[in-house]
Design a protein around this ligand. Structure first.
Ligand code: ATP
Ligand code: MG
Length: 572
């Protein structure tokens, strides 16, 4: 491909909204362009990368025996009513009506559709198990679309669904997908951690997430080096620190704490540890306000809180300052004693004696507060977020924290959809039974950006060869120079015979400008044809190490080809 005939959309600066490196580079390298918030168009370079990622996914899914189909993004309300999700899914679901006033949505995921397809196509145990998948565009009206393709409102997903006759079959299908995902993410050169996960809105039991490790990841992982336990912080179990039961219960007292509102302010004013405080938060849960008590140094795990209150994630939110005021409470000085709302208390603080909490009166806190003697609660539950340093529930050793981006998730759905949607089969004895399902997602477009996140430097992207938009770029320092033009053309034509993934930068720009473009786009190899062209000597640059070596043009072609074949795992 000649650069003069290409659409190269590099930018000197990224738009202000891009704050993380991978998003900045995605835009600067011209991989995508934003259409509206959370919606992107793929430009030629980005589309090539996207295609290559899909090829890797397809290869391994096909090898695992999964069958590819392609469904519409448009889904009728009726199927979502059958599964019971039309009302449960919340505002993330993009709903619309057709001209006949019929309700539809743009699929955020396809459980309903796949279940319906198999329900209609498969009647007998003889046709099971089955695993079908697609690579298709999904829509989710995310509350906060951000970080480019990491959290967008339209994105490409590979979603697969398995159908088995029983749990044992599901376990096998699930394990096969877990192994397949490992092969996929290994081949995509991602560094990742597999963690136990919550099953969220999809439901069912048993789930793992594939988290691409990232300093800017939205997901927090806790893992234990000793026993290998790893879980999403939302799911992670941790043991409570052993509590000293000999502590003598002290008399309740009210203390003046002028202007000490936050956990830090109160603990420093009273000269106590944050662990000796009970933090009091007000949540709005579906249709009522609830008071949440948790240890001062802890954060609430909203997934666990949702489970404890039996409300969905989207039905739960922190109350605003105004709502707190309207409830007659004083922010910064709230506590369980005299609290007019239902109270839910975390297990850990419930075990604790003599803690400090708000007195429900401006500028006052209570010291030596104790559950039951000084106040009652409606429920005690594990609602805290696990974190770095927590004790592993399996082996008792301290766990570590790490951040990651979820690039894939697998679920055991069991009969959640097949029972409600009547997706059944006849077994050997002619008995009708629900199929036992699993579902398996990979965020294809998110994966593209996660690769950038793990493979870049200050100059741009460093694509691994198998997903790079092209393998090699030949850059003449000055294409108008006879000798340079001749040698560049020769190299380009020779290399093209070996591998079509080559660009000739025949553009009439300063060499520095051209080099910058290719460093930014992240082409793995560059052959620079400069002042020694008349001797047949060129420079080869490896984008991964940024090292350059001089050699004869023929050797350069041979070496680059060998390196690329090697990295693609192909025989010479
Ligand atoms: P998250 O917790 O990040 O919102 P999720 O658990 O809701 O994701 P799944 O329903 O498991 O997502 O979807 C399968 C995969 O699709 C995810 O693992 C992720 O890689 C990708 N994905 C989900 N939401 C988005 C999004 N808004 N933008 C890009 N990719 C997404
Ligand atoms: Mg997920």
């Amino acid at each position: 491909m000649k650069a003069s005939k290409m659409l190269i959309s590099t930018l000197k600066e990224a738009p202000n909204e891009a704050i993380i490196d991978s998003h900045i580079l995605l835009l600067r390298a011209g991989m995508v362009r934003k259409l509206v918030s959370g919606v992107y168009n793929y430009m030629p370079m980005g589309k090539r990368v996207l295609n290559k990622i899909q090829e890797v996914i397809r290869k391994h899914m096909d090898e695992a025996g999964a069958l590819e189909i392609l469904c519409s993004a448009v889904q009728p309300k009726e199927l979502w009513e059958e599964s019971g999700r039309w009302y449960k899914y919340g505002p993330e679901l993009m709903r619309f009506k057709d001209r006949h006033d019929r309700d539809f949505c743009l699929g955020p995921t396809h459980e309903e559709i796949f279940t319906d397809i198999i329900k209609n196509e498969v009647k007998s145990y003889k046709n099971l198990p089955l695993n079908i998948y697609q690579i298709q565009t999904k829509y989710r009206d995310e509350m906060r679309p951000r970080f480019g393709l990491i959290r967008s409102r339209e994105f490409l997903m590979k979603d697969a669904y398995s159908f088995d006759v029983d749990e044992e079959g599901l376990d096998k299908s699930y394990e096969l997908m877990k192994e397949t995902y490992k092969k996929i993410f290994d081949e995509l050169h991602l560094h990742y951690q597999i963690v136990l996960a919550d099953t969220g809105a999809i439901g069912g039991n048993g789930s793992h997430q594939f988290m691409a490790l990232s300093d800017v990841g939205e997901g927090n992982i806790v893992y234990c080096d000793s026993c290998g336990y790893a879980a999403d912080e939302e799911k992670a179990e941790s043991k409570m620190e052993p509590y000293n039961t000999d502590v003598v219960v002290q008399d309740l007292d009210e203390v003046h704490t002028p202007n000490a509102r936050t956990i830090e302010e109160v603990s420093s004013f009273l000269n106590i540890s944050e662990k000796d405080l009970a933090k009091c938060l007000i949540y709005y849960a579906r249709d009522k306000y609830v008071c949440v008590l948790i240890r001062g140094d802890r954060d609430v795990n909203e997934i666990k809180l949702g489970h404890a209150l039996d409300v969905a994630e989207f039905e739960l939110r922190l109350a605003s300052d105004r709502e707190i005021e309207e409830l007659g409470l004083v922010k910064g000085f709230m506590g369980p004693r005299g609290m007019p709302l239902e109270i839910i208390m975390d297990l850990e603080i419930a075990e604790q004696k003599n803690f400090v909490t708000g007195a429900n009166k401006a500028d006052y806190h209570l010291i030596n507060a104790n559950l039951d003697r000084d106040f009652k609660v409606n429920k005690i539950a594990d609602i805290r977020l696990a974190k770095d340093g927590d004790i592993c529930a399996i082996c008792g050793k301290p766990m570590k924290g790490e951040k990651g981006t979820e690039v894939g998730q697998i679920f055991k759905l069991q009969d959640k959809y097949s029972s409600s949607m009547n997706c059944t089969y006849l077994d050997e004895n002619g008995v009708n039974k629900p199929m036992i399902m699993g579902c398996y997602g990979i965020g294809v477009s998110r994966t593209l950006q996660s690769i950038i996140d793990q493979y870049h430097d200050e100059y741009g992207i460093k694509w691994p060869v198998n997903v790079a938009p092209y393998h090699l770029v030949v850059v003449p320092v000055n294409y108008k120079d006879e000798e340079m033009k001749k040698l560049s053309d020769e190299i380009y034509n020779e290399y093209k015979k070996l591998d079509n993934e080559v660009i000739l930068d025949d553009r009439d720009y300063k060499p520095g400008f051209k080099f910058k473009d290719w460093d930014l786009i992240g082409i793995p190899y560059m052959i620079i044809v400069g002042r020694r062209a008349n001797e047949g000597i060129v420079e080869v640059k490896d984008r991964y190490t940024n090292e350059k070596v001089e050699m004869y043009a023929n050797d350069a072609i041979e070496m680059v080809n060998r390196m690329i074949k090697y990295q693609l795992g192909e025989e010479m």
